[in-house]
Design a protein around this ligand. Structure first.
Ligand SMILES: Nc1ncnc2c1ncn2[C@@H]1O[C@H](COP(=O)(O)OP(=O)(O)OP(=O)(O)O)[C@@H](O)[C@H]1O
Ligand SMILES: [Mg+2]
Length: 235
């Protein structure tokens, strides 16, 4: 089986007012099924850029991003959208929920977009909300929930369609330490239970250490280390 996600010598630069800015200079790495990888690095080191490439939201200047062995750049726009919809769940720092909809309606949005049968989708949404401790809150407008609760709703939404890959960009970045800790534990536990590979960006060494593997971005390159050991991993 091919890895869920693979980067092959990926480079990406941006045109800025000050000239060409090389952000990623040749990134290679693989995320096998069911594994959790934390991406760390300084602000501006390219963490979000790398996650956007993984999600197919952005495309590399050179190199390849492969989802389950399929190169995203070689797919048509339509097939790329489908691959993303079928294979990837996304969690963002600022939740990106629809404030006036209920928690359950927010979780159901991906099923509506994909045209899934509503009955099973609703049952799945309810069981996910119960799993993250929000069983009683499904009918409340999300704007009434706390930040940590909103992020748990966003996690359920990302997992609704059983993605093989869950991507999270600073999922605890907008939460206080205690609720951030709860969200991070749930993210890791539920991804593991569901069999989704997980790639999350975090500034926190402590939260990164909970992953199976830590990738650190520095000067456009990746320094990989397994959690709990300093052995470098060949990219
Ligand atoms: N669309 C763009 N146009 C120009 N420059 C960009 C664009 N997107 C990102 N950059 C630049 O690329 C660099 C990497 O940005 P990126 O958002 O990936 O960093 P990051 O590691 O996620 O930072 P942070 O920890 O602050 O979120 C930054 O210098 C940023 O200004
Ligand atoms: Mg970022």
């Amino acid at each position: 089986m091919p890895p869920v996600l693979a980067f092959r010598d990926v480079a990406r630069s941006y045109r800025t007012a000050g000239g060409e800015l090389p952000v990623l200079r040749g990134i290679s790495g693989e995320v096998p099924a069911g594994r959790a990888v934390a991406i760390t690095g300084r602000s501006g080191s390219g963490k979000s850029t790398l996650l956007h490439l993984a999600a197919g939201i952005d495309a590399p200047d050179s190199g390849e991003v492969l989802l389950l062995g399929r190169s995203l750049g070689r797919l048509s726009d339509r097939d790329r959208t489908l691959a993303r919809r079928e294979g990837i769940g996304l969690v963002f720092q600022f939740f990106h929920l629809l404030p006036h909809l209920t928690a359950e309606e927010n979780v159901l949005v991906p099923a509506l977009v994909a045209g899934d049968p509503p009955g099973p989708a609703r049952a799945r949404a309810r069981s996910l909300l119960a799993r993250v401790g929000l069983g009683g809150r499904g009918g409340d407008p999300v704007q009434k929930l706390s930040g940590g609760e909103m992020q748990r709703v966003a996690l359920c939404r990302a997992l609704l369609r059983r993605p093989t890959l869950l991507l999270a960009d600073e999922p605890t970045g907008n939460l206080d330490e205690a609720s951030g800790q709860v969200v991070m534990e749930l993210l890791l536990e539920v991804a593991r239970e569901e069999g989704s590979a997980l790639v999350y960006v975090t500034h926190s060494r402590e939260l990164a250490a909970a992953a199976d593997e830590v990738w650190t971005l520095h000067a456009g390159r990746l320094e990989a280390a397994r959690s709990g050991g300093a052995a470098p991993v060949a990219g």
